[in-house]
Write a protein that binds this ligand. Sequence first.
Ligand code: ASP
Length: 448
Amino acid sequence: MKVVKFGGSSVASGEQFRKVANIIERDSQRKIVIVSAPGKRYNDDVKTTDLLITLAESVTTDGYDQEIFNAIIKRYEEIVRDLSLHTELIDEVRMSLEDAIDRYRHQQARLLDVLKSSGENNNAKLMAAYLASLGYEVSYVSPQEAGMMVTDEPGNAQILPESYELLAKLKERSGILVIPGFFGYSHEGHIVTFPRGGSDITGSIVAAGVDADEYENFTDVDSIYCVNPLMVNNPCELKELTYREMRELAYSGFSVFHDEALQPVVEKGIPVCVKNTNRPEAPGTCIVAERKLNGQPVIGIASDNGFCSLNVSKYLMNRELGFGRRLLAILEDEGISYEHTPSGIDNMSVIIRCERFMNGKEERIMQRIRTELEVDQIHIERDLAMIMVVGEGMNRAVGIAAKATKALAEAGVNLKMINQGSSEVSMMFGVEVNDVHKAVNCLYKAYF
Ligand code: ASP
């Protein structure tokens, strides 16, 4: 049995719904279908989820932005009309939005989550209605009915372990099941969404819950490329990569697949195949537990901006028991997770995503570190980008880093940081944001 997830652009219009139906038609193993909210139909289109967020932000005690509201309804209306579905479905969408606004207008975080979740929820209902109209035995299954139990953190849900046993029962149901992605229910009975792009996470959790043979993730590219095609012309396509490689690439900027989505399938060893809804015959990319290395040490190069480095120095730091722990404890206390901690004898840097360092937290944290740890110097470096060179084949291979540093030196890129974890599956280079493009291109030439 396969769990099949369709991303936003794959379910953005009636025309895309037809492609989805053809894909389901072609393989009887495709039993559980996870859908996103209607995404972009063309480049500068707006995703329904973004419209819903704007709507939530516009809600006041006695009103909301009617234009945005209408724009959301129109997205569903177009699909319903194009597919000749029952127009009552449009009224249901309208009512779901009005109801959410009425009930939660005084609870901003809840309102935001309920409205965001309606994007996928209403689309899943439309998809189920469409498949039924084609004669399939099909049911819409709400995440609550499916057993998708999550933590009660609005916008940042995490799956609760008990969900897996509940989800396993989906296997007993007949016909095709259509489940909306992106959200679950907390014990308190609230709708709670996963982070953005979280329908991938739903798909992966459901695939693990029902012990699927494969998790197919349909999107709008033929495959995963070895480097971002917006940075390098015509980069090579990847046929296969391992979970660890995908995790490293997704973490550092590969947006094809949500980086949190792998964990549930990894534990069960379920292969994930990324495919193109617009060209389903293309082989796509499969993410698997193990692959043949084919003598190629590096499989991909990723990059991500928006990092800052908190640089701390103190003479004899290396001999001060508990220094690192106390530094990180201050960040923990302030609710900030960190990414990496490169260090020297008397200095330590903590790399943090800049967006976590906002709302006045930064000054307070610097002050606490100054007084509580009595450091000699502390400063924040901004506008950093991390470039990740990834590949299972790098393990024990000699000269891989030399190739990168030589290429970067020849291109005149200043390296601010180098980091390699013990797994040897990736090497990280910190550079200034302005150098990223040049750096990625020269690394691509060096390795591919
Ligand atoms: N619709 C949500 C988003 O745009 C979730 C998803 O599509 O995966 O983030």
